[in-house]
Design a protein around this ligand. Structure first.
Ligand code: GTP
Length: 597
């Protein structure tokens, strides 16, 4: 294929600015899909994605477009918008020469607009600015155009006005893709050098690897190797992606395709890895490969302890198609056998929990999420702390280090005060403040990741009435005064409620947690003492008074079926309860920490 007739591009946008809707329009306009095949948000084909209305996994699709009587091949590479999946965004971007920068004309530039734009600029992508949703009555194309001009230094005429909903501006966008985005460079005769930018798990065909060829040519049946994992395969099937797969015999430099080679486990395929030939390998792997590390850790336990093996089987299946999920078995005195899992972020954690429940019918308890702390031990080695139980004895270490992020928050100038206050409460330090326009500001903070992973984003949205967006990336570790806070019910430590918290906040945390637990733990036949402690020192206490709850009291007479019904109802209510010592604890209690105020 003539490389001059290929264009590889992606769409970058803040969440909900209309990326998927616009992508659908491009597919329709180029007749890549027929009206009949068209469903809303075609690219979001996981149920969960559709329901949440966000793109979780990126995909690629090829379109044919005729421009000035010449046919062009346009490869659209879809990128996920959420901060949890930022590594995938960066790899998708690296597979392109250009990007459509979509900005909602009623919202303006937001945090992910900027972070994704910077990623695109780092890779020298040609940026085509598009103002979307101009049909909205609240759209302010002039004001938002000023923001975009300030941001990327383009001319006003370069900005395309569009509405994915009404289909305006679509032809302008396609023309700009051909005119402005450079054709790929590369040499089809050199040794094969292709980058994996995504993989899709297919239970029947194994893992489908999506790749971009930078140099060389891959042929069906070739013996190939993934450079970073060192694994070798046969290219059983290669092809290009439309709405369905179109198998091909060769795919050469500049183009994008899929590969099927009987890989059964998603973990074998690492996004960012380089594919080359075994016989004539390329001299260098493609730069920028990273092993993705989990950021948030939590325990997952079956509600019904007899379902442990079933949970293990479900987790193994989940891991087949989600390479970023890591886990190992863990035991808790309160919850029994379960797994300590590592996630990319809070959204990823919620998705896993939901998938376990929906796809595998499991009912699970998730414990307090935590980030990874490190203890500098007295012998100068580091010990990793992924769970409160990993916290070593205070006499054995010099200090604890915690991960810090560089956080960017964009908000209206009216909310600068409250946003700064919130960030300071969360142990943030303001680093910079930049006015994007007269009434929109970007604030930069250094903040502990541990403070962000809880309810920070919800709070930010609340205090700014929705006018704040957040993006962050991990920077370094800093020494912090962290302690382990334990919770006891009638004197017994409930390990699943322990948390690693900053010492200055431990008293407040303990007090609020006890109060919250008092609301959540139902009265039982005896009094229950709820205590919070650091080491042996009790720092807070609440009491749940005893009560005799007799559900049969109202059942006078001998109607046995009615009694059964009531007893059944009571049993169901207990489903998500856990016995801790002699106390029954509901599931919500284990997550109480997340909603402390
Ligand atoms: P993520 O996949 O979560 O990043 O979202 P997205 O950027 O793909 O946004 P999506 O296309 O799902 O659109 C978000 C919402 O905006 C949906 O409710 C769309 O119906 C709506 N929307 C998209 N484009 C337009 C538009 O041009 N005009 C109007 N009025 N609404 C639009």
């Amino acid at each position: 294929m003539d490389m001059q007739k290929i264009r590889n591009f992606c769409i970058i946008a803040h969440i909900d600015h209309g990326k998927s809707t616009l992508a659908d329009r491009l597919l329709q306009f180029t007749n890549t899909v027929t009206e009949r095949e068209m469903q809303d948000q075609l690219l979001d084909n996981m149920d969960l994605e559709r329901e949440r209305g966000i793109t979780i996994k990126s995909h690629a699709i090829q379109m044919k477009y005729t421009y000035q009587e010449e046919e062009y091949t346009l490869n659209l590479i879809d990128t996920p918008g959420h901060v949890d999946f930022s590594y995938e965004v960066s790899r998708s971007i690296a597979a392109c020469e250009g990007a459509l920068l979509i900005v909602d004309a009623s919202q303006g530039v937001e945090a992910q607009t900027i972070s994704n734009l910077y990623l695109a600029m780092e890779h020298d992508l040609e940026i085509i600015p598009v103002l979307n949703k101009i049909d909205l009555p609240g759209a302010e194309p002039e004001v938002v155009a000023d923001e975009v001009i300030d941001l990327i230094g383009c001319d006003r005429e370069d900005i395309i006005l569009a509405s994915g909903k009404e289909g305006t501006g679509i032809e302008d966008i396609l023309n700009a893709v051909v005119e402005k985005i450079p054709a790929p460079k590369g040499n089809a005769d050199e040794p094969l050098q292709a980058m994996i930018f995504d993989s899709v798990y297919n239970p029947f065909r194994g893992v489908e690897v999506l790749f971009r060829v930078f140099n060389g040519t891959i042929n069906k049946g070739d013996k190939i190797k993934f450079v970073n994992t060192g694994r070798e395969y046969d290219a059983d099937e290669i092809g290009v992606l439309g709405i369905v797969q179109h198998p091909q015999n060769t795919i050469s430099a500049g183009n994008v395709g899929y590969l099927i080679s009987g890989i059964k486990v998603a973990k074998e395929v690492k996004v960012g890895d380089t594919i080359t030939h075994i016989k004539r390998p390329c001299a260098n792997a493609i730069k920028g490969f990273e092993n993705v590390k989990p950021m948030v850790f939590a325990g997952i336990y079956p509600v019904d302890t007899t379902e442990f093996e079933e949970l293990r089987a479900s987790m193994e299946k989940l891991q087949l198609n989600d390479a970023s999920l890591v886990w190992e078995p863990e035991t808790s005195a309160a919850l029994g056998f379960g797994f300590r899992c590592g996630f990319l972020g809070m959204l990823h954690m919620e998705i896993i929990q939901e998938r376990l429940e929906r796809e595998f019918g499991m009912t699970v308890i998730t414990t307090v999420p935590s980030v990874q702390f490190k203890a500098l031990m007295n012998d100068d080695t580091f010990k990793l702390i992924n769970a409160p139980s990993d916290m070593p004895d205070p006499n054995l270490f010099k200090h604890i280090e915690e991960p810090y992020v560089h956080a960017s928050i964009i908000t209206k100038s009216d909310y600068v005060g409250p946003v700064i206050q919130l960030c300071m409460e969360k142990r943030g330090q303001i680093k910079n403040q930049v006015y994007l326009t007269a009434d929109r500001v970007e604030l930069i903070f250094d903040m502990p990741l541990a403070e962000i992973v809880f309810d920070f984003f919800d709070k930010l949205k609340t205090i700014s009435r929705g006018y704040a967006s957040l993006d962050y990336d991990l920077r370094d570790n800093k020494a912090s005064k962290m302690v382990r806070l334990d919770v006891m019910l009638n004197g017994e430590v409930v390990d699943a409620l322990s948390a690693v918290v900053h010492r200055d906040k431990a008293y407040e945390w303990g007090k609020r947690l006890c109060e919250k637990l008092k609301e959540l733990v139902p009265r039982q036949m005896f009094e229950i003492a709820i205590q919070a402690a650091i080491g042996t020192k009790i720092i807070a206490r609440e009491t749940v008074k005893a009560m005799r709850k007799n559900v049969l009291a109202k059942c006078y007479g001998g109607d046995i079926s009615r009694k059964r019904k009531l007893l059944d109802k009571q049993k169901k209510g207990k489903k998500r309860m856990r016995q801790v010592g002699n106390v029954e604890v509901p599931q919500e209690a284990f997550m109480a920490v997340l909603k402390l105020d």
